[in-house]
Design a protein around this ligand. Structure first.
Ligand code: F6P
Length: 341
């Protein structure tokens, strides 16, 4: 059997660990692996890279992806599907493993209609993919956020400031909520609950009345004072999958607060620093298990599925069921937002 693999969308730590697992576990099962470069651009333009044991040696602990990534969408080109199918035929690919988020795996699912046999591995720091407990990269990003909050605390406390940390997550607040809990943020803002600058102001004032002379606010990039269509965008131009680049809500809140605060309000946008670096142990293990499971599914002929973590088990879920729906922070976890308020 010959398996192709590609990595698409925003990178996250753990992708290389998954590639290593696919190749090493595949070799034990007599499976040849071929890599396609730069997401779906690889199959579109037949950009191929051999994936031998030597090619994946020494990459377990390295962030990003050795295959490169892009947000290419073959469905945006009139002959995109034909080109992808031709590449599969030229390279004698029996099954394609697509490592990515909703968009990357969404293409894999749509291609099933055209006879492409694909398996998805969920990868995004946002943790917003349905039907899996966690996606690859989430815990590594949390580590970066926690460490950033630890560092911000010292400056906030020393200089008596309000420091705002803006984190990613697109339309969900997994990173902000879990990062905020782990790093002890005083105010946690997530897209699932609209924020109100007055109430942020009151929370900071309450802390001041308790002789706390600093506050740390963590805000998800997609948070808004009302409605997802009110998100603050960095760039109005949309990518190949119709997404605008979010960013700037931290500064928006800082501007509003600064008018009323006596102490300085400053913003840090963690941006790509939370997506880079070495994968956390949890992501290395999850990647290794997802990679091995994808090979098992291919051998069993289970296609158009996604590897999913359910408790301690890795299971196959239909790709079509996992995609397209927003996976917000569940209501059962929302008490964490204002646990210590
Ligand atoms: O989907 C992952 C993600 O990191 C989001 O959290 C963020 O909104 C987006 O990607 C940023 O994308 P880009 O790499 O195109 O700036």
């Amino acid at each position: 059997m010959r398996v192709g693999v590609l990595t698409g969308g925003g990178d996250s730590p753990g992708i290389n660990a998954a590639l290593r697992s696919i190749v090493r576990f595949g070799a034990k099962r007599d499976i040849d692996v071929v890599g396609f470069l730069e997401g779906w651009r690889g199959p579109l333009e037949n950009l191929v890279q051999p994936m031998t044991m030597a090619d994946v040696s020494g990459i377990l602990h390295i962030g990003g992806t050795i295959l490169g990534s892009s947000r290419t969408n073959p469905f945006n080109e009139s002959d995109g599907v034909e080109k992808v199918i031709e590449t599969m035929t030229i390279n004698a690919i029996d099954c394609l493993i697509a490592i990515g988020g909703d968009d990357t795996m969404g293409v894999a699912h749509r291609l099933a209609e055209y006879g492409v046999k694909a398996i998805g591995i969920p990868q995004t720091i946002d943790n917003d993919i349905a039907l899996t407990d966690y996606s690859l990269g989430f815990f590594s990003a949390l580590e970066a956020i926690t460490s950033a909050l630890d560092r911000l605390h010292t400056t906030a406390a020393s200089h008596h400031r309000v420091l705002i940390l803006e984190v990613m997550g697109r339309d969900t607040g997994w990173l902000s909520l879990m990062g905020g809990v782990a790093g002890g943020a005083d105010v946690i803002l997530i897209p699932e609950e609209f924020f109100d600058v007055d109430s942020i102001f009151r929370q900071i004032k309450r802390r001041e009345s308790m002789k706390k002379r600093f506050s740390i606010v963590i805000v998800a990039e997609g948070s808004t004072p009302g409605g997802l269509n009110g998100q603050v965008v960095h760039e109005a131009e949309v990518d190949a999958f119709g997404h605008m680049r979010l960013g700037g809500v931290g500064q928006y809140i800082a501007n509003q607060l600064s008018e009323r605060m006596r102490i300085p309000v400053r913003v840090t946008n963690l941006a790509y620093l939370q997506r880079g670096g070495s994968p956390a142990p949890f992501d290395r293990i999850l990647a290794t298990r997802f990679g091995a499971a994808a090979i098992e599914f291919a051998l069993k002929g289970a296609f158009d599925v996604m590897t999913a973590l359910h408790g301690l088990k890795i299971e196959a879920v239909p790709l079509g069921d996992a995609l397209g729906a927003l996976r917000p922070v569940p209501e059962g976890l929302l008490y964490l937002v204002d646990l210590f308020e």
